[in-house]
Write a protein that binds this ligand. Structure first.
Ligand SMILES: [Zn+2]
Ligand SMILES: [Zn+2]
Length: 302
């Protein structure tokens, strides 16, 4: 099963009826509150973490992302970008404009009071011209993460996220379920998930994948590999006990894993923040021979 977005104007009455009867398949992001909540959670987690410096650094970026949304909201009309062929914000449907680079340049300027190491990355990034930055962004958006230095990617992705998250919040299309076997990429922007989440107070513990770029969340059934659709021999690992709020869901068919975070067990969970803070669980799961099938916006492999 996969989720597809149908433009509002193409919705026939019949489709509307079936959409209404279904469970919610997609949640568009709320950019005004999302980064504020993330920054707060990162700071909380930093107080009890062995890598608090990094969590605090991520919190600073999230705070600046919140500022960018507040003071420089996006001003792009996306009325005509929805069609039924591709996800509305995918590169195939919406070529990347240079608008996001304004966010990057402001983000780099706002990052004061940081370490020498971070300042040198900022300095290095500022040497790039518009075209070079555009090329780096396109590598990242196409999943070619090795083509961009990890410490630069964090800033580039953070700026891209502010851009895409706001665009996603303006998409009007309704989500429908299709019977295909591809459901692991975001139906809004075609990017990889961070992890999956069982939302607080959701009926029957429905779970959703959370997009690493545009921050939308889309439905995917439980006890099923989110990378290859396999439903057999799914294993779960956690650090503390069987009832832990954060587990890795591991597939023996494709040897991939992704975390599943349960807000019903811990209502404070913020998916990106808690995914980084539970890095030890990634290391343990990778030692068992599984490879992560998602990305965290603050962790790019070198
Ligand atoms: Zn997305
Ligand atoms: Zn699998």
């Amino acid at each position: 099963m996969s989720i597809k977005i149908i433009p509002q104007q193409q919705l026939e009455q019949q489709t509307i009826n079936s959409v209404i009867r279904q469970i919610p398949l997609l949640f568009y992001p709320l950019p005004k509150t999302l980064y504020i909540r993330r920054a707060k959670r990162l700071k909380e987690l930093a107080t009890k973490s062995t890598f608090s410096d990094y969590l605090n650094f991520c919190a600073t970026i999230a705070e600046q992302q919140a500022n960018l949304v507040k003071h420089n909201p996006i001003n792009i009309d996306i009325v005509n970008i929805e069609n039924s062929e591709y996800p509305p914000l995918s590169l195939a449907n919406l070529p990347l404009s240079t608008f996001w680079q304004d966010y990057l340049s402001q983000l780099l300027t706002l990052m004061t009071n940081t370490t020498e190491q971070v300042m040198s990355v900022i300095h290095q990034l500022k040497q790039n011209n518009t075209q070079q930055l555009q090329e780096k962004a396109l590598h990242l958006l196409n999943g070619e993460f090795k083509c961009v230095a990890g410490n630069e990617a964090v800033f580039i992705w953070s700026a891209l996220s502010v851009y895409y998250c706001q665009l996603a919040s303006q998409v009007k299309g309704k989500a429908i379920a299709e019977s295909t076997d591809k459901n692991w990429l975001c139906p809004v922007c075609n990017s990889m998930p961070v992890a999956s989440v069982i939302q607080l107070g959701s009926n029957n513990g429905l779970r959703y994948l959370h997009c690493s770029l545009c921050e939308s969340e889309w439905y995917v059934p439980r006890i099923k590999c989110t990378s290859c659709d396999n439903m057999k021999d799914i294993q779960y690992f956690s650090l503390d006990n069987q009832l832990a709020a954060i587990k890795t869901e591991c597939c023996d068919a494709c040897h991939s894993y992704l975390k599943i975070l349960d807000q019903d067990k811990d209502p404070h969970i913020e998916i990106v923040a808690d995914d980084i803070a539970s890095l030890i669980l990634d290391i343990k799961t990778e030692e068992e021979g599984y490879a992560k099938s998602g990305i965290n916006p603050f962790i790019f492999a070198q």
